[in-house]
Design a protein around this ligand. Structure first.
Ligand code: PEP
Ligand code: MG
Length: 752
C-alpha cells in the first residue's frame, strides 16, 4: 500500500499540469482503495472556500461547483481541524452538509484527509463508499500517506496553474508575489533565466516556427545519441558487457518512434521543442514509474536523465537566455554566487529566486552590490516568467509581474522618495559613529564581492572588518596564482593604509562552492568547508598565505582571519602554516610582514574553547550568520525556515554576551562581521553587550551611524540588560523597535 502511494506521488511529481495531476490522484486512489468514489478539493485562497477539482468516477456536472466555505461541510471540517475523519455514515457527523449538486447524498462511508503544505491546508482528499461502512485502517493509512506526499507537488502545481490562468487573461497578467526581502532597493527590468532550467521547470511556450523547432529537436536528439555512442566506446575497457548494454538501451530509447514521434507530434500541435520534450519524457517515465518491480520502476530515472541530456543540447542550440540585456532581472530556482559575478554589473537590475534567504551568500552579495533582491518565490512560476516585465521591491520582498501604468507611476514616486532619504543618510557615511555621550565605535566594512569596491568613496572608511576572498576564487575557472592574489591584496592594503584590513582566508563550501570544484557533499554546510577545506588543501592555503604576507610587507595593516574554526587543532595548524609560509618567504629572500591573527567565532563549539583560542590569536570576529544557523539549527539558505532564523533569539543574544565576556577576560577584542551588525536594532543590542567594533556591507553604513549617533552608551547597555532577561525574539525585537522609534528613528524599524 505504502509503495503504491509513493508511486502515485512520483507520478504527480513529474506532471506539469494541475488538472492532470489531480485526476491521476483520484483515479489511482480509487483503484487502490476499497472506495466507490474519490475527490480532491483545493483551497481557493481568494474566496476562502474549497473547490472540487477532480472526481473519480468523473462527475463533470459537479467538478468546480461544490464550494463549501472553509468551515462548512465535512471538507471544511477536515481542513479546519487538519484532521483525518473516517466515518461509516457521513450524514451522522455534525459537520455534514448536504450539497445537492455533488451527489454526496448517495454516499455513506467517508474518509477525508487534509493536504498540508508548510502548515497550511491547501486541499482535502476524500474517498467515499455507497455502503454504510468506514474505511479500513490500511486504506486510511494509504490515503493519509498519499496526502502527506502530495503537499509539495500540489503546492508547486497550484502556483503554476494560478499563474497560467492569469497569463491567459486578455489583459496583461499583472500579478503581485510576496517573497523574502533579501537586499533593499527598488528596480524594474526584464526577467532573464539564471541558468539552464531542468525539465521540471521548463515552461510551456507556443512554437514560433514549427519546422525549426522540429529541426532543433531532431538535432538535439542526434547530439545526445552521439554522446551515448561515444560514452559506450570510452567505457568499453572498464565495464563488463552486461553493464555496457545499458548504453544500448538508452540509445534505443532516444531512437524510438515513441520518443521521437511523441515529441514531434507535440511540436506540430504548437508546443515549443523544450516543452514537447518535457511532456514526452514525463509520459514515458510515468509508464515505468507505475511498475511494481523496483528495478523497472527505477528505469524512469534513466528516461528523465536522457531527457535532461537532450534538453542541454536544445539549450545550447538557442542560448538566448545566457545573454544579459540592460536592466536584467536575474531569476532562477537558485541563483548562484558565481552567476551573479559573471553578469556585467551595469546590466544587473535585480535578483529573484525560489530558494535562498536573507542570509544566503547570494543575498549578501546583492546587498553589497546594492542590487535589490527577493528570494523564496515558487519555482515553476519563475520558469513561466521568462522575458516578463518585473518590478522588484527588495525592501518589502515584493515583486510585481507586468506592472500596470499606475504601478509604474507609484513605483517611480517611491524610487524618488527612497533616493531622497538615502541621499540624506549618505551625508553620514564618513562621519564618526559616536554615541551621544561621546563613545566612538569603529565601524568597518565587509568587502570582497565586486571589482569596483576601491572607489574614491571607499577612502573614507575606517577599515575593512571582513574581506571575503572566496569571491575572487569563485569568479574564475581556475585557482588564482600567488602573484595574482598578491596584486589583489597589495592594492587593497595600500588603498586603506594605515587603516586595518582584515582579510579572511578562503571560506569555500556551503553555498559558496568553487565552480571548478568536484566536491559533492550531501550536507555541504556541515562538510569540508572553510578552514577544513584549506587545511585539506595545504597547497592552496600556503599560496594564499604567502600572497598575503608578501602584500603586507612595508605596509603592516593586514589582519588575517581564519573562518569556521571549530577546534584548537585547526587554529594551531593554520598558524603553523602561516609561520611556514613566512619562513619560506624569508629563505627565498621575499619581503613579507607578519599580521595580527584572528579567529571567526561562528561554530558553536568554538564558543566553548574560546579561552584556549584566546591564547593563540589577537582578536575574534563573530560570524552571526553561521553562528545563528548552527545554534538554532536553521539552514540560512532555506526560505521555508527563514521565519526561524532570527538573531534576536535569546540563545543568540546570550551566546554573543558569553563570547564577549570570555574574550575580554583575556584582553582580546571582539567584533561582529555577520549581517546582524548592519541591522539597526541588532546593532544597538551588540553595542550594549560590549562588542568592540561592527563590520558591515557599505550599504548599511549610513543607517548604522545614524542609529549610533542617536543613543548613549548607558541607553544601549540598559537595552542589552533587558534583552538578556527576555525569553523570546519577538519581545526583544519590540523592545529595540520601541527604542528606535522613541529616538525618532522609526523608519529604521523592522516589525517583528
Ligand atoms: C558569518 O557567518 O556571519 C560570516 C560573516 O561569514 P559568511 O557570511 O561569509 O559565511
Ligand atoms: Mg560564515
Amino acid at each position: 500500500m505504502i509503495t503504491s502511494s509513493r508511486q502515485i506521488a512520483n507520478e504527480v511529481n513529474y506532471t506539469t499540469h494541475l488538472e492532470e495531476a489531480l485526476s491521476l490522484v483520484v483515479k489511482r486512489s480509487c483503484s487502490v482503495m476499497d472506495a466507490d468514489a474519490c475527490f480532491v478539493y483545493i483551497h481557493d485562497t481568494q474566496n476562502d472556500r474549497f473547490i472540487l477539482m477532480a472526481a473519480d468516477p468523473v462527475m463533470s456536472e459537479a467538478t468546480g461547483k461544490v464550494e463549501p466555505g472553509c468551515n462548512e461541510g465535512l471538507v471544511g471540517w477536515v481542513a479546519l481541524h487538519e484532521e483525518v475523519i473516517n466515518l461509516p455514515n457521513a450524514a451522522d457527523h455534525p459537520g455534514f452538509r448536504d450539497i445537492s449538486n455533488s451527489g454526496n447524498g448517495f454516499f455513506h462511508g467517508f474518509l477525508g484527509v487534509p493536504i498540508v503544505y508548510h502548515g497550511h491546508t491547501i486541499g482535502v482528499l476524500v474517498a467515499q463508499k455507497i455502503k454504510k461502512c468506514s474505511f479500513s485502517n490500511d486504506d486510511a493509512a494509504f490515503f493519509t500517506t498519499l496526502a502527506f506526499q502530495l503537499g509539495e507537488a500540489i503546492h508547486s502545481l497550484l502556483a503554476k496553474w494560478d499563474l497560467s490562468r492569469r497569463l491567459n487573461e486578455p489583459l496583461p497578467g499583472r500579478m503581485l508575489i510576496y517573497g523574502i526581502p533579501c537586499a533593499p532597493g527598488l528596480s524594474m527590468g526584464n526577467i532573464v533565466l539564471s541558468q539552464p532550467a531542468d525539465l521540471q521547470s521548463t515552461p510551456d511556450r507556443i512554437a514560433q516556427d514549427i519546422e525549426s523547432e522540429v529541426q532543433a529537436f531532431r538535432a538535439a536528439v542526434m547530439a545526445a545519441k552521439n554522446e551515448l555512442y561515444a560514452g559506450k566506446k570510452r567505457m568499453r575497457a572498464n565495464l563488463a558487457d552486461e553493464t555496457l548494454s545499458l548504453f544500448d538501451g538508452y540509445i534505443m530509447m532516444v531512437e524510438s518512434d515513441r520518443f521521437i514521434n511523441g515529441a514531434v507530434t507535440r511540436i506540430r500541435n504548437g508546443q515549443w521543442a523544450r516543452g514537447a520534450l518535457r511532456d514526452t519524457i514525463f509520459e514515458m517515465a510515468a509508464v515505468f514509474e507505475k511498475m511494481d518491480d523496483p528495478y523497472l520502476a527505477a528505469r524512469s530515472e534513466d528516461i528523465r536523465n536522457i531527457g535532461r541530456q537532450v534538453l542541454v543540447h536544445l539549450q545550447q542550440a538557442s542560448p538566448e537566455s545566457r545573454t544579459y540585456p540592460n536592466q536584467s532581472i536575474l531569476a532562477g530556482v537558485e541563483v548562484s554566487v558565481s552567476e551573479i559575478s559573471i553578469v556585467p554589473r551595469d546590466r544587473l537590475a535585480g535578483v529573484v529566486s525560489v530558494k535562498g534567504s536573507a542570509l544566503s551568500h547570494t543575498a549578501i552579495i546583492c546587498r553589497a552590490l546594492g542590487i535589490p533582491a527577493v528570494m523564496g518565490l515558487t519555482d515553476l512560476v519563475i520558469g513561466n516568467f521568462e522575458g516578463c516585465n518585473l518590478s522588484v521591491d527588495g525592501s518589502q520582498g515584493l515583486v510585481c509581474v507586468n506592472p500596470s501604468a499606475v504601478d509604474i507611476d507609484e513605483f517611480r514616486q517611491r524610487v524618488e522618495e527612497e533616493q531622497a532619504v538615502a541621499s540624506q543618510l549618505e551625508t553620514l557615511r564618513h562621519l564618526p559613529a559616536q554615541t551621544l555621550d561621546g563613545m566612538q565605535i569603529p565601524i568597518h566594512v565587509n568587502l570582497g564581492v565586486g571589482s569596483d569596491e576601491l572607489s574614491v568613496n571607499a577612502k573614507g572608511y575606517e577599515g575593512v572588518g571582513l574581506y571575503r576572498t572566496e569571491y575572487f576564487f569563485i569568479a574564475r575557472n581556475t585557482l588564482p596564482t600567488e602573484d595574482e592574489q598578491y596584486r589583489l591584496y597589495r592594492d587593497l592594503l595600500k588603498f586603506f593604509a594605515p587603516k586595518p584590513v582584515t582579510v579572511r582566508t578562503l571560506d569555500t563550501g556551503g553555498d559558496k562552492n568553487l565552480p571548478f570544484s568536484t566536491i559533492a557533499e550531501t550536507n555541504p554546510f556541515l562538510g569540508r568547508r572553510g578552514i577544513r577545506f584549506t587545511l585539506d588543501h595545504t597547497g592552496i592555503f600556503l599560496t594564499q598565505l604567502r600572497a598575503l604576507l608578501r602584500a603586507n610587507a612595508g605596509i603592516g595593516n593586514l589582519q588575517i582571519l581564519f573562518p569556521m574554526i571549530s577546534r584548537i587543532h585547526e587554529i594551531d595548524a593554520a598558524i603553523s602554516l602561516l609561520d611556514r609560509a613566512y619562513a619560506d618567504l624569508a629563505a627565498e629572500g621575499h619581503a613579507a610582514a607578519k599580521p595580527h591573527i584572528g579567529a571567526m567565532i561562528e561554530v558553536p563549539s568554538a564558543v566553548y574553547v574560546i579561552s584556549e583560542l584566546a591564547t593563540r590569536v589577537d582578536f575574534f570576529s563573530i560570524g552571526t550568520n553561521d553562528l545563528t544557523h548552527f545554534l538554532l539549527a536553521v539552514d540560512r539558505s532555506n526560505p521555508s525556515v527563514q521565519g526561524f532564523n532570527d538573531n534576536l533569539h535569546p540563545a543568540v543574544v546570550h551566546v554573543v554576551a558569553d563570547i564577549i565576556q570570555k574574550a575580554h577576560r583575556q584582553n582580546k577584542p571582539v567584533g561582529v562581521c555577520g549581517e546582524m551588525a548592519g541591522d539597526p536594532a541588532s546593532a544597538l543590542l551588540l553595542l550594549g553587550l560590549g562588542v568592540d567594533w561592527l563590520s558591515m556591507s557599505p550599504s548599511s553604513l549610513p543607517r548604522i551611524k545614524w542609529t549610533i549617533r542617536n543613543f548613549t552608551m548607558q541607553q544601549v547597555r540598559g537595552l542589552a540588560g533587558k534583552a538578556l532577561e527576555i525569553d523570546n525574539e519577538t519581545d526583544t525585537q519590540q523592545l529595540l523597535n520601541f527604542a528606535l522609534k522613541a529616538a525618532g528613528l522609526g523608519v529604521l524599524v523592522r516589525e517583528a
